[in-house]
Design a protein around this ligand. Structure first.
Ligand code: 5GP
Ligand code: ZN
Length: 114
């Protein structure tokens, strides 16, 4: 999508720190990390959020989740653990309207999720 920030990052028109990439998914470091490891996993096809998941194929969606695990492994979080978050819409404070999964780790998370 032309005016979408994350689509622009996928096209390489805005620089990003790549962590992982395959045919369906791109993963890069969050510009404002909230944990020692904070990586964003995004599908290469635009969909605004999980609320628009029907715009993606099962393969595209599954690739995102598989990539979250792959990123955790690459970042050395497989043993210690990690958290995956996808903010959807206003109440969840979604600020970029291209589906993304935050992969967070490197320290103990709070038990309360929200
Ligand atoms: P949301 O608030 O929508 O769940 O998450 C959007 C995330 O994108 C935020 O954590 C924010 O720091 C990150 N972000 C926003 N703009 C950029 C950018 O230009 N580059 C990178 N790497 N991350 C960004
Ligand atoms: Zn997009």
């Amino acid at each position: 999508m032309e005016n979408c920030l994350f689509c622009t990052i996928i096209r390489g028109e805005i620089p990003s720190a790549k962590v992982y990439e395959d045919d369906l998914v791109y993963a890069f470091r969050d510009i404002n990390p909230q944990a020692p490891t904070h990586v964003l996993v995004i599908p290469k096809v635009h969909a605004a959020s999980l609320g628009a998941a029907e715009q993606l194929t099962d393969a595209q969606l599954a690739a995102c989740l598989r990539a979250c695990g792959k990123v955790a492994e690459l970042e050395g979080l497989a043993e210690t653990g990690f958290r995956v978050v996808s903010n959807c819409g206003k109440d969840a404070c979604q600020s970029v309207e291209h589906l993304h999964f935050h992969v967070l780790g490197g320290r103990a998370m709070k038990e309360q999720m929200a």
